[in-house]
Design a protein around this ligand. Structure first.
Ligand SMILES: Nc1ncnc2c1ncn2[C@@H]1O[C@H](COP(=O)(O)OP(=O)(O)OP(=O)(O)O)[C@@H](O)[C@H]1O
Ligand SMILES: [Mg+2]
Length: 255
């Protein structure tokens, strides 16, 4: 069953059409990755799903109800960290959990916050404020915050993009493990082909002209993990195919 559905979406900013004719149905429990070059409209697309932007034409629905604004059933991890600078890691997450679960007793709330801080490996930094964290640590806080709110669907806008390659790979493996354990529905925006293949059930390419390009099913067995994948012929073949599509679509756009 489709949880989140976009139907014939167009999004204009002024006279510029950013997205056009976008149809997308995300299934319950599915992990979808959307791949595209910088500036193709990926953040715009996730903002439409989050209810932070309204489409110029077309509709966004969540479980058959029109999306008219943000909601606790849709958790977003923003490309820019969007943390409260004056609050500690613990308080940033607690604030979000309180807003999503207003009836949760204080003791359970504290335990919940602690659990997710531990899950992203930040227990040692729980009392620090965002300015005292590295970019990667801030992104972990964003991920912990979204997970702790227990949304039905996670919308991740390049959550790993500010990280160095090593940390990025490790956190991608962690996200896969968390997803395996929790099986939440996830939409991940990324510009990294390998990351998309390691994590997703389905990869969609957003072409530079703002339309949906090729779609790839990823049937590689889980857990995937990057190290194992580097030697897997099926992984390498898929990587070549996806990269080929992106390059061809990009070349077409600049002709
Ligand atoms: N609020 C806005 N007003 C006007 N133009 C906008 C607005 N938001 C985005 N745009 C334009 O829409 C286009 C797509 O932007 P968007 O941020 O969605 O791209 P993106 O694929 O997320 O890029 P990146 O990979 O760099 O994050 C860009 O040309 C951008 O300048
Ligand atoms: Mg973006």
């Amino acid at each position: 069953m489709a949880v989140l559905e976009l139907s014939n979406i167009r999004k204009d900013f002024g006279s510029q059409t950013i997205l056009n004719g976008i149809d997308l149905a995300v299934e319950d429990g599915e992990f979808v990755a959307i791949l595209g070059f910088s500036g193709t409209g990926k953040t715009t697309l996730i903002n439409l799903m989050a209810g932070l932007e309204k489409p110029t034409a077309g509709s966004v629905t969540f479980r058959d109800k029109p999306v008219t604004g943000p909601g606790p059933e849709r958790g977003v991890v923003f490309q820019s960290y969007a943390l409260m600078p004056w609050l500690t890691v613990t308080s940033n997450i607690a604030l979000a959990v309180r807003s999503a679960m207003p009836k949760l007793p204080a003791k359970d709330l504290a335990a919940r916050v602690q659990k997710y801080i531990k899950m992203v490996g930040l227990t040692h930094a729980a009392t620090r404020r965002p300015a005292e964290l590295s970019g990667g640590m801030r992104q972990r806080v964003g991920i912990a915050r979204a997970l702790a709110m227990d949304p039905e669907i996670l919308l991740l806008d390049e959550p790993l993009s500010a990280l160095d390659a090593l940390t990025r790979g490790n956190l991608a493996d962690e996200i896969e493990a968390i997803w395996e354990a929790d099986r939440k529905t996830v939409v991940l925006i990324t510009n990294d082909v390998d990351e998309a293949i390691v994590l997703a059930d389905r990869i969609l390419c957003l072409d530079p002209n703002g339309t949906m390009g090729a779609e790839f099913r990823v049937t590689l067995p889980r857990p995937r993990g990057r190290t194992a994948m580097n030697h897997d012929p099926a992984f390498k073949a898929l990587r070549a195919e996806v990269t080929g599509h992106l390059i061809a679509a990009g070349a077409h756009a600049t002709e």
